[in-house]
Design a protein around this ligand. Structure first.
Ligand code: APR
Length: 311
């Protein structure tokens, strides 16, 4: 059986970390793709990571390229192409710049990687993944956006620190759009089954939910560019669920066709990821406050998608 082929579009901060993780987890052979001006960066990172494999002892080929021919037939494609946020910039400010980039990437994936499971990370996420599906024409099972696993990870960390417990015991999901309107779902948030509302007073929970909503911006402010370790780990978790048919239930941006009352929209919802891609969109009951927040988030995403249609 030949190894799986993993194409990473964008060899920047997240792309490099994705390559490192894919190789360490031995998910397959990796192609780091970037524009011709940056092909040296892609090739240099690839060579460094192959040498890293000789030290650590993993079997994975890692190559850099600026040619779409090299990534033809990829099983998984993870897209980070675009520019990251700078301090003071919202994810939405990135819209017009990254939209052009995603359109050209999608055109190429359409002809070169027709069977791939495509995970989009580029921001503004919900608009970028919508565009990816629209231009490629791939099924909704095969085009997904990474945000929920990352935002939920941030939420879980802040809750664990508040309580002085291990991050391993905190389960939480963040749904909705990947922006200021995201919805940390408190009604399902537990510490090993114990509802978090029994453990943390409401006003502290609200403050933690707010910090989660600004979790990306907090890092941009500190280091002048957006996060990359946790975003890469989150996307690799999704890729691994697909490649190993794990059937993980994860929050991810999926194309909604009536689920939760929304249509023709990408937004974060619980999904099951296995060998068929998004095998199921799971509908959970939300309390009235959460549903109202989700409606608000859907409206914000809709606005972004309408704006991209005009660009
Ligand atoms: N095709 C392929 N790669 C491209 C293209 C393109 N058309 N245009 C730009 N790139 C590359 C850049 O050359 C750069 O190497 O995408 C890479 C992006 O890397 P970084 O600037 O380091 O950004 P990164 O931190 O990896 O974030 C990428 O993910 O989380 C989002 O907001 C973030 O949209 C941003 C994206």
């Amino acid at each position: 059986m030949s190894r799986k082929k993993i194409a990473l579009i964008g060899a920047g901060n997240i792309g490099g970390e994705l390559a490192a993780l894919a190789a360490r987890h031995e998910l397959g052979d990796v192609w780091l793709f970037d524009i011709p001006d940056k092909v040296g960066l892609a090739q240099g990172k690839a060579l460094d990571l192959e040498q890293n494999g000789a030290v650590l002892g993993y079997d994975a080929g890692i190559k850099g390229t600026a040619s779409y021919d090299d990534i033809a037939g990829a099983d998984v494609v993870i897209v980070t192409a675009g520019v990251p946020r700078k301090p003071g910039m919202s994810r939405d400010d990135l819209l017009s710049i990254n939209l052009k980039i995603i359109r050209s990437v999608a055109e190429n994936l359409k002809s070169k990687c027709p069977n791939a499971f495509v995970i989009v990370i580029s921001n503004p996420l919900d608009a970028m993944v919508y565009e990816m599906k629209k231009v490629t024409g791939f099924s909704r099972e095969k085009v997904v956006g990474m945000a929920g696993v990352l935002d939920s990870g941030r939420f879980q960390l802040f809750l664990a620190r508040e309580l002085g417990v291990s991050v391993k015991d905190v389960r939480a999901m963040v749904l909705g759009g990947h922006g200021d309107t995201m919805v940390p779902v408190l009604s399902y948030c537990t510490v090993n089954g114990v509802p978090v509302r029994q453990l943390i007073p409401a006003e502290r929970l609200n403050a933690i939910a707010d910090r989660t909503r600004n979790g990306g911006g907090e890092i941009v402010k500190l280091m002048g560019t957006s996060a990359y370790y946790a975003p890469a780990s989150a996307a690799i978790q999704m890729a691994e669920a697909y490649l190993r048919d794990e059937k993980r239930l994860l929050p991810a941006a999926a194309f909604l066709d009536g689920e939760y009352g929304y249509k023709d929209l990408y937004m974060g919802v619980p999904v099951v990821i296995g060998a068929k891609g998004i095998e199921k969109i799971v509908t959970i009951e939300l309390d009235a406050g959460e549903k109202a927040m989700l409606d608000k988030s859907a409206a914000a995403v809709r606005e972004l998608i309408e704006a991209s249609k005009k660009l």
